[in-house]
Design a protein around this ligand. Structure first.
Ligand code: HEM
Length: 555
């Protein structure tokens, strides 16, 4: 047995002959044909492993060298990460700080700028819409770092985590479903949710109501998206609150752990985060099973379901008033858990900004309210075509999304190939390409001198159209959110709030439709007034303060 062990160790580092020499002074072993065969197999295995490891290491080394050489030629600060002088990126703790850093670098180095985020990790930020068009056409993969963090959450098969070759087919299928059946279902479910929420908890009876705008929007968005995706059944799910709480906690912690390219399993806080991800995955599975069992299809069951929905919403509204928590939750199968959290949080963010902007700009609120009253009177129930006719309302939703984008950066990479972006500008495979959305959405080059001002009219007027369309061939079955209305709104290629190209958001029309319906129902009953002082308001406009409190006064 001892001889066996020593022989194995020696033979890993030696040729057949030298292994024989290496073991000649070892206690002799009975040389049976079987033993000789095993010895031969061991040597072969060791050599094959050595060759494979060497090959993989040299391939990695070549790609790192390539990254360094090609990255060196791109505009931007030198790779100071090596000498430890520049910790600029590690200092950018929040998306806002990273945005500020990139704004400064773009000012110094132009529309394309590199930042070394580690000795062999390159981030390339692109602020020019025409160059971005090339990025969207050529880079289709999700960023590996992001993938690692999101895989923990949603599993390998999720659209959010996959590289394009793995994602394209399921993306097409999911997009068809979301923009077909779910979009149609969203009309009824959003109206029901909004009406229940505005009727319940004494909202309409007892005079004015002071609300935390974000909490209110989250309640609405979770309920509307949940019922649109999975039917009313999701409302009676017993662990809804836990799902939502864990989802919020995970989403808050995600940006911290996304920075690690290797999961920091030695960090106790990461282990807690990991456990939360696993819990969220379990809850999502449970949710899917529960949704399937309890989805209320039949009309009688549906009435029953709506009563339950009403009771639960009542409970949610009381939670809202006591300002204790965030509210409801959702149904999702593991693959759809990502969509549920991404969709509801972003829908809530945009809804909150629409309500806040309407409160801050009473003359725009009056215009929107007049449009709603003209198209869908007070007593008439809101039809699908009514919402499509509300051009100004839809322009208002897009404008709020533009001015205060909820996704601060778009990220892409090309896993396999270098990307020739412009003559002489080659982005090496593996580099992270990013579009700083907040900077682009307020850039006067694309939006005019009033870029920083809330003005829904800009989506109604003819604007500069860059050459070509951002929508690619793969995107033909995904309607652009600007074309949601009967009379399409002005498509500005710099409108990147929902991304663009082969990995653009597949739920943009659903989100815009839901937000428009929720706002319609709220404005029919209430007038919105802002409830914070001017310094807070300024900080909110600059995205450095959380959204405001609102006062809802019955009309
Ligand atoms: C106002 C609400 C929303 C905003 C602002 C938003 C924004 C975005 C953005 C910026 C991306 C990345 C696009 C890119 O990289 O080019 C994205 C991707 C995605 N969104 Fe949304 N989204 C919203 C709502 C939704 C909803 C309601 C759903 C579905 C129910 C959804 C499903 C997805 C999916 C599946 C992807 C990944 C697509 C892929 O990687 O191929 N989103 N979204």
């Amino acid at each position: 047995m001892a001889a066996w062990k020593r022989e194995s160790v020696v033979s890993v580092f030696a040729t057949n002959e030298s292994a024989a020499i290496g073991v000649c002074d070892v206690t002799p072993v009975h040389e049976t044909p079987l033993w000789r065969y095993v010895k031969h197999e061991q040597n072969t295995l060791a050599w094959v492993s050595l060759i494979v490891v060497t090959f993989l290491l040299s391939r990695r080394l070549c790609s790192v060298l390539r990254l360094l050489i090609l990255g060196y030629r791109l505009p931007g600060p030198r790779a100071r990460a090596f000498d430890g002088r520049s910790q600029c990126l590690s200092k950018a703790q929040t998306p806002q700080m990273l945005q500020e850093l990139l704004a400064r670098l773009h000012q110094e180095h132009g529309p394309l700028v590199k930042v070394w985020t580690g000795p062999a990790q390159l981030l390339v930020s692109v602020k020019d819409v025409d160059i971005l068009q090339h990025v969207f056409e050529r880079a289709h993969d999700r960023v590996p770092v992001l993938r690692m963090a999101l895989q923990l959450l949603y599993g390998r098969r999720s659209l959010f985590t996959s590289n394009y070759s793995k994602a394209s087919q399921s993306r097409m299928m999911v997009a068809k479903e979301i923009n077909g059946l779910v979009l149609r279902q969203a009309h009824i479910s959003s109206i029901e949710v909004a009406e229940k929420m505005t009727q319940l908890g004494g909202l309409s009876k007892n005079g004015c109501h002071d609300l935390d705008c974000m909490t209110f929007s989250k309640l609405m968005a979770f309920a509307a998206l949940g019922t649109s995706l999975y039917g009313d059944g999701y409302m009676i799910w017993p662990v809804a609150r836990e799902f939502e709480r864990v989802m919020m906690e995970v989403m808050e912690a995600l940006p911290i752990w996304m920075r690690y390219s290797v999961p920091p399993l030695w960090n106790a806080k990461f282990v807690v985060f990991w456990k939360q991800c696993l819990r969220l995955r379990d809850l999502a599975r449970e949710l899917a099973a529960h949704g399937n069992q309890t989805s209320i299809q039949e009309s009688e069951d549906r009435v029953e379901g709506l009563n339950i929905l009403g009771k639960l919403l009542e409970e949610f509204v009381s939670v809202l008033f006591s300002r204790m928590g965030m509210g409801s939750s959702t149904v999702a199968e593991p693959g759809a858990a990502g969509m549920m959290s991404h969709g509801s949080l972003n829908t809530a963010g945009v809804l909150c900004n629409v309500l806040a902007q309407l409160a801050r700009h009473p003359h725009i609120q009056t215009k929107v309210h007049n449009e709603i009253s003209t198209i869908s009177g007070f007593d008439k129930s809101l039809t699908e075509t009514d919402v499509q006719k509300m051009i100004y309302l839809n322009a208002t939703v897009l404008e709020a999304a533009r001015l205060l984008p909820t996704v601060p950066f778009l990220q892409r990479c090309s896993d396999e190939h270098d990307i020739a972006l412009l003559p002489g500008v080659v982005i090496p495979a593996g580099a992270i390409l990013t579009a700083p959305i907040q900077l682009i959405q307020r850039d006067t080059v694309y939006w005019g001198d009033d870029a920083a001002i809330f003005n829904p009219d800009r989506f109604l007027k003819p604007r500069r159209i860059a050459s070509g369309e951002l929508a690619s061939e793969q995107n033909q079955n995904i309607p652009h959110p600007c074309n949601f209305t009967k009379e399409p709104l002005q498509l500005n290629p710099a409108f990147l709030v929902f991304g663009a190209g082969s990995r653009s958001c597949i739920g943009s029309s659903l989100a815009v439709k839901q937000i428009s319906i929720l706002v319609t129902v709220i404005l029919k009953r209430f007038e919105l007034k802002e409830n914070f002082d001017s310094s807070d308001a300024k900080a909110y406009e600059n995205m450095s303060r959380s959204p405001p409190r609102l006062t809802l006064s019955p009309r």
